[in-house]
Design a protein around this ligand. Sequence first.
Ligand SMILES: Cc1cc2nc3c(=O)[nH]c(=O)nc-3n(C[C@H](O)[C@H](O)[C@H](O)COP(=O)(O)OP(=O)(O)OC[C@H]3O[C@@H](n4cnc5c(N)ncnc54)[C@H](O)[C@@H]3O)c2cc1C
Length: 314
Amino acid sequence: MTRYDLIIIGGGPAGITAGIYAVRQKLNSLLIAKEFGGQMARKAVAIENYPGFEEVSGLELSRKFEKHLRKQKIAIERDSATKIRKVGSTFYITTGSKHKFSARTVIVASGADPRPLEVPGEKEFIGRGVSYCTTCDAPMFAGKTVAVVGGGNAGFEAAIALSNWAKRIYVLEYSSKVGADEINQELVKKTKKVQIFTNTSLRKIEGEKFVNSIVYQDRKTGKEKTLPLEGVFVEIGNVPATGFVKDLVEFNEKDEIRIDPKTNMTKTSGLFVAGDVTDLRWKQIIVAAGEGCKAALSVYSYLRNSRRPVKQYE
Ligand SMILES: Cc1cc2nc3c(=O)[nH]c(=O)nc-3n(C[C@H](O)[C@H](O)[C@H](O)COP(=O)(O)OP(=O)(O)OC[C@H]3O[C@@H](n4cnc5c(N)ncnc54)[C@H](O)[C@@H]3O)c2cc1C
């Protein structure tokens, strides 16, 4: 089995940037990713805050990141890491398709997955009306009625993107006020297709072969109501993707991995983390890319000084 200098887990901005920097440091590296682009690829509308691109779709920016990575001398596995173990000074990684890889260091850049609703019908109707990716699935709802669950920026951006396809869009917000920025609220108003329900709690998703209605509770009156519709887009935030690395790291109260912010190292020597999966406060593409760069440079420094490892977090 090849023992790599570095294995990177994740194909979002953090993982890809770590990959580009690792190759430039001449580290023999492998990048394992379920897919490329991460949350960027799932983003519903344009990205307007990544320098050099005044306006770019998440999908286009993802493709540019991936193309840049593929120009490097780095091994790539399209797979899912399911377990990391450390034996002596070597890390062993097992994947969903039961492949095993080993390395002297690891960067976990697995980002975050959409937070599920956890209501009856959600799991059953994934791919049959329930979606977590507007960019991917909006065109399938042309001329249909859909609900977006979540009244923050992500929910409003999903509603704006869906307005190019769907006939009618309901936005369901749990609290008494939506949390989206003014600019998104104005854009939603302009579509004239969106109806917003505040103080609502989604109770179940119903259907036969495909979704045909949802049941929600009006939190003011306590009454349950049914809305006939064909699609449900879930936009209630994210959860860090950390299941495969639980035993080797420590978490904060949001289940984010604690790191030394100077080096990105975790409590396990040689195990580094970057991007949205960390306990760093700001979750943005440029931050994730910067953290991926920092982690790769820290790995280089760690391997070069492996008798004098970089300091762990306090
Ligand atoms: C709706 C929405 C809109 C946003 N808009 C903006 C914006 O306009 N501007 C901005 O700067 N930021 C925006 N963000 C935030 C930005 O997308 C994230 O901060 C950024 O994508 C984080 O990058 P990351 O590489 O840490 O993680 P992710 O982008 O989450 O990438 C993680 C990668 O790891 C892979 N992965 C996960 N687990 C495993 C595993 N076990 N094995 C292998 N691979 C795995 C995933 O498939 C994915 O490829 C937005 C986010 C959302 C959800």
